[in-house]
Design a protein around this ligand. Structure first.
Ligand code: GAP
Length: 478
């Protein structure tokens, strides 16, 4: 089965069955575009975050990190332009009153029959008026087959209010991107650290958008996690095109090498001027071929000095940089690589999914660095105390080195299959021979091959195996 033929339904079912992702508030019938991460999913998310932070912050001399609030001063969002122009074109089904994104509705309509020929322009380039004219001319209907209203711009920011007394409450927003917490702290970072241009600031954290398009699982949610970098530079000294190219190489290398994604399922796409966000002079999307099409994984935008200038004007505080050598005072420009951690998560599940027809099993061929568990330990039989005791001892020993799963239920074949589905690279089984010669069986996820390894060489053996599959992995000391 080719990776891209894996349907979203298959991934959603696996994610629920094995504890990666559950629909939020499922006991109440769920909440649209909201998902919770289960015991295995949370480990995968943590590993993605850690890989991102290690590659883009810890391992780089020119980067520092920050953790700003979800609720910022409301003026931040006026200054950034989000209050004025952070919107999607929405239409309303005139019968059911459900709302849809006009561009997504046309995209779905274009996939039907020969309809795609009617599109003379990329959907993302259509203005509000053009979307209206298109819907009218082609009589585009809602998914329920009803006529829809003309599209209207709908702001994506989540409104909330500070204050206990209703009359005194003041309107504010849950952040729509983590980036603004970096811009508003620019001066604090300059004053408190030794950074010098060019340098970047990275942040991982939740952002919120009032998304109405449903059915894309964790790809598009109301609440999601971003990994954003604002890379500041002096436009007189650094050429922005060169910096963009350099970031393009680094993102590509992170996704293919660190995350182990097949490069055939990735491509760069340049935004047209009509599609670009209000703050950007040039934008590229690193797209992944999800089961529902090529979609944005990572955005790379040249935001110029737009944001620092805007925050400076609205706050009245200087966000200028002073060159310590020349004494020049200026507002730096910025390049922004911004990714959704949850989109990385879905990409990994999609890319790693494979069906092994000869063994009739589903295997998640996830790179070991990201695997929720590196090893699983099983006693061959649950009702043999001597096997369970020996296995517990090995389990406790390995646990001090790696995230390790324990399973003693059901037959051994089923236990292997369960670990295959969550991507555990190695299973260690303790059997009667272990009691005689202190050796264990190690079973390899991808090949199902098994080999005997002396217990006192187990950590060394696992380290070697893990090292050969992922050189960037932090290994346990023997
Ligand atoms: N600071 C720039 C910015 O926020 P964006 O392209 O709107 O740019 C950056 O978002 C990344 O955040 C996207 O590339 C995507 O991976 C992720 N993202 C955006 N909206 C999302 C949503 N509703 N659900 C999940 N991830 C989302």
């Amino acid at each position: 089965m080719s990776k891209q033929s894996v349907s979203l339904e298959t991934i959603v079912a696996l994610a629920k069955r094995r504890g990666f992702v559950f629909p939020t508030s499922s006991i109440y019938g769920g909440l649209a575009n909201s998902y919770d991460y289960g015991p295995v999913g949370v480990e995968l998310l943590r590993n993605i975050r850690q890989a991102w932070w290690q590659s883009f912050v810890t391992n780089r001399e020119d980067m520092v990190g920050i953790d700003s609030q979800i609720i910022l001063h409301p003026d931040t969002w006026v200054a950034s332009g989000h209050v004025g122009s952070f919107s999607d074109p929405l239409v309303e089904d005139l019968v059911t009153h459900k709302r849809y994104r006009a561009d997504h509705l046309i995209e779905e309509w274009a996939k039907l029959g020969q309809n795609s020929q009617s599109l003379t322009k990329a959907i993302e380039d259509l203005s509000l008026d053009e979307l209206t004219a298109f819907i009218e001319q082609h009589r585009v209907l809602s998914p329920d087959g009803n006529p829809v209203s003309a599209p209207k711009a709908f702001n994506l920011l989540f409104e909330t209010a500070i204050g206990a007394v209703s009359g005194e409450k003041s309107k504010t927003y849950l952040r729509g991107e983590t980036a603004q917490g970096i811009f508003t702290n620019f001066k604090n970072i300059l004053d408190s650290s030794r950074v010098q241009l060019p340098f970047g600031v990275g942040q991982l954290g939740k952002s919120f958008r009032n998304e109405v398009t449903t059915g894309q699982f964790v790809f598009r949610t109301l609440e999601f996690e971003q990994g954003e970098i604002e890379y500041f530079f002096n436009p007189q000294q650094s050429e922005w095109r060169q910096l963009m190219d350099e970031w393009k190489r680094q993102l590509w290398s992170f996704v293919t090498y660190q995350l182990g994604i097949n490069p055939d399922h990735l491509r760069w796409r340049k935004h047209s001027p009509a599609e670009r966000s209000h703050y950007s002079l040039e934008t590229y999307d690193l797209e992944y071929q999800y089961s529902f099409g090529w979609k944005e994984l990572w955005g790379l935008a040249y935001r110029t000095d737009f944001d620092l200038k805007q925050q400076m004007t609205h706050s009245g505080k200087s966000l200028e940089y002073v060159d310590s050598q020349t004494g020049d005072k200026f507002i730096p420009h910025v390049i922004e690589p911004a990714v959704g951690i949850n989109r990385i998560f879905l990409m990994i599940l999609t890319d790693a999914y494979s069906f092994d027809a000869s063994n009739q099993r589903v295997v998640l061929k996830i790179t070991p660095q990201l695997a929720p568990y590196k090893v699983a330990v099983f006693p061959l039989l649950k009702n043999k105390p001597e096997l369970v005791a020996a296995a517990r001892e090995i389990y406790q020993h390995l646990r001090s080195k790696y995230p390790v799963a324990w399973d003693e239920r059901g037959n051994i074949g089923k236990r292997y299959l369960a670990q295959d589905e969550i991507g555990t690279p190695y299973c260690v089984t303790i059997d009667f021979q272990t009691l005689e010669d202190d050796s264990v069986t190690v079973r390899h996820r991808d090949t199902t091959q098994q080999e005997r390894v002396p217990y006192n060489k187990l950590i060394e053996f696992l380290n070697q195996q893990l090292e050969s599959t992922q050189s960037g992995m932090v290994l346990a000391s023997t």
